[in-house]
Design a protein. Structure first.
Length: 244
């Protein structure tokens, strides 16, 4: 069958490289339905409620303050070891349309546990709407994606396996969702070590959450405890900040 040859855009090259790097991560998945009735009540009372991504970013970072494993990276250079960060760095998947092409780009949110929820929400919204060259993390992606294939592969290998470089470029956890387009669980890939996705909050005040993690870093019992703590933080600290 005859077809049309199309050039791969810079933004799609980034996804190709991301998937190539993610295939090497031994991911395990745990999904759970969280009861968030207090959070839903707080959002209903708020004049301008923050987006779900901002709430999950801050809630997960608050949990990570007391769970150092959630701030731990597995890196291979100069030898395989764990690299623990003093604070969380979130990478939030932002959906955009550039030159008629739909794409996903990660926006970096440093130390979300120390930031006001409104500031996190504003940063994510700006990443969705501002010109792409005005977002530092997006500019860096475009520069890297212009490199020849061998140099891109080398830069990804070094960036993912040197502790400080990995933290600065890929963060300590990611947040993604397709809830804006309806219900359904998203089991996405990433470079790890933790990737959180969430669904649509239902009329029963419950929301499905999927947490994928690098099994080299920790085990399922820890993640089960983390999800219970995440539910608690959403219903207490996050709800209280929204009402405030």
């Amino acid at each position: 069958m005859r077809g049309t040859t199309r050039k791969i855009s810079l933004l799609r090259i980034f996804i190709v490289d991301l998937m190539h790097a993610s295939m090497r991560v031994p991911f395990i998945t745990l999904s759970r339905s969280l009861d968030i009735a207090p959070l839903m009540a707080a959002r209903a009372k708020a004049a301008s409620a923050p987006g779900w991504a901002a709430m999950f970013v801050k809630a997960f970072a608050i949990v990570a303050k007391d769970e150092p494993v959630l701030r731990t990276l597995y890196v291979k250079l100069p030898w395989p070891h764990f690299f623990e960060l003093p604070r969380s760095i979130a990478m939030v998947a932002v959906a955009r349309v550039e030159d008629g092409e739909e794409c996903i780009l990660p926006e970096k949110v440093a130390s979300p546990e120390e930031q006001p929820l409104a500031d996190i929400d504003a940063a994510i919204r700006r990443a969705k709407n501002a010109p792409i060259d005005q977002i530092p993390s997006f500019r860096k992606i475009l520069v890297a994606s212009r490199l020849p294939l061998l140099l891109r592969r080398l830069s990804w290998t070094i960036g993912l396996n040197v502790g400080r470089m990995r933290a600065n470029n890929f963060g300590s956890f990611g947040v993604t969702s397709v809830s804006a387009f309806g219900t359904g669980e998203l089991h996405a890939l990433s470079t790890g070590p933790f990737l959180l996705s969430y669904g649509v909050a239902g009329p029963d005040n419950k929301i499905d959450v999927v947490l994928r993690w690098d099994h080299r870093v920790t085990d399922a019992a820890v993640i089960a405890r983390v999800l219970s703590r995440l539910e608690q933080v959403l219903n207490t600290e996050i709800s209280a900040e929204i009402l405030a």
